[in-house]
Design a binder for this molecule. Structure first.
Ligand SMILES: Nc1ncnc2c1ncn2[C@@H]1O[C@H](COP(=O)(O)OP(=O)(O)OP(=O)(O)O)[C@@H](O)[C@H]1O
Ligand SMILES: Cc1ncc(COP(=O)(O)O)c(N)n1
Length: 284
């Protein structure tokens, strides 16, 4: 059994964050452990409150598990601020952790801010260079590359800018396409005014681009926790010795199925069905 660590925030509603990560790891057959960075009061409608933990508390959790457990992969989600981001980068270095998947979580689907802006520099200078893969969505990719979120930028240009921060791979996710992006590569198969035909994720290793496509599921528009679960699935497959492109391909298949079987847990956004592949009727 391979062990995988998530360092992320708690989503009390169970759709994203640590809760989504542990469900993803369990169903993808790895042992999941979790370091909490923040406690959010959150449901499917949005984030009602955030308590970011003191760096000392995050540090003691990290030291406890890293001294004891040998992780084959790890992922980061909500790191909340510059001090926690720097602390995590230090631990990755100190413990020589491999297969680091960085999901640079900045804003929740609901629009609530989950990262202090001054953490971006630390991400770029200290965390990305140690990452096997970084997984920004389109908006996060633009912000990290220094563009306004509303600017139309081809995926290739974003990927080229982001790979220069030093990760081995960059995956730009196309789930939250915007109307203004309809003309770009990430949404070029668009047939409708509102939704693209394909959800296209772009993987770049500094030499060549590989696209991972799946039908865009209009019914699953605005599903909560997709990015968290995708990065947790990539970390799970890396731990199981998949190559990066194979891990991304397997994770994309997992997330597409979970989106297809997504459901309403509350009054707001839909949530993923992480258990869609299990063979009993109740979860399908
Ligand atoms: N409606 C959809 N139909 C098909 N695939 C989707 C849809 N929405 C998201 N995806 C896929 O889900 C994965 C996560 O992408 P997304 O852009 O939603 O990340 P994110 O914005 O970080 O997620 P989150 O909402 O958790 O913050 C990608 O593989 C993306 O292509
Ligand atoms: C604790 C936590 N981590 C990450 C997200 C992002 O996920 P989403 O964009 O799906 O809301 C979130 N909402 N909450």
């Amino acid at each position: 059994m391979q062990k995988v660590l998530t360092i992320a925030g708690s989503d009390s509603g169970g759709g994203a964050g640590i809760q989504a990560d542990l469900k993803t790891m369990t169903v993808n057959q790895v042992y999941g452990a979790a370091i909490l960075t923040a406690i959010t009061a959150q449901n499917t409608l949005g984030v009602q409150g955030v308590k970011v933990l003191a760096p000392e508390v995050v540090n003691s959790q990290l030291e406890s598990v890293l001294r004891d457990i040998d992780f084959a992969a790890l992922k980061t989600g909500m790191l909340a601020n510059a001090r926690i981001t720097a602390l995590v980068a230090d631990k990755v270095k100190k413990y020589n952790l491999k297969n680091l998947v960085v999901d640079p979580v900045m804003v929740a689907t609901s629009g609530d801010l989950l990262l202090k802006e001054n953490a971006l520099d630390i991400y770029k200078r200290e965390l990305f260079p140690q990452a096997e893969i970084i997984t920004p969505n389109l908006t996060e990719a633009k912000i990290l590359a220094g563009f306004e979120p509303t600017t139309v930028v081809p995926g290739e240009i974003l990927a080229e800018k982001l790979i220069n921060f030093g990760s081995k791979y960059v995956l730009i996710k196309g789930g939250h396409f915007e109307q203004s992006d309809q003309s770009t590569e990430l949404a070029k198969n668009s047939t409708s005014k509102t939704f693209p035909a394909q959800a296209v994720d772009l993987l770049y290793d500094g030499c060549s681009i590989k696209r991972f496509t799946a039908p865009y599921l209009e019914s699953a528009y605005n599903t909560h926790g997709t990015g968290c679960s995708l990065s947790a699935a990539i970390a799970s497959y890396l731990a199981r010795d998949y190559s990066v492109p194979a891990a991304v391909g397997a994770a994309k298949k997992f997330i597409t199925g979970a989106l297809k079987h997504s459901f309403k847990a509350g009054a707001g956004s839909r949530v993923l069905n992480h258990f869609w592949e299990l063979e009993y009727d109740k979860v399908k």
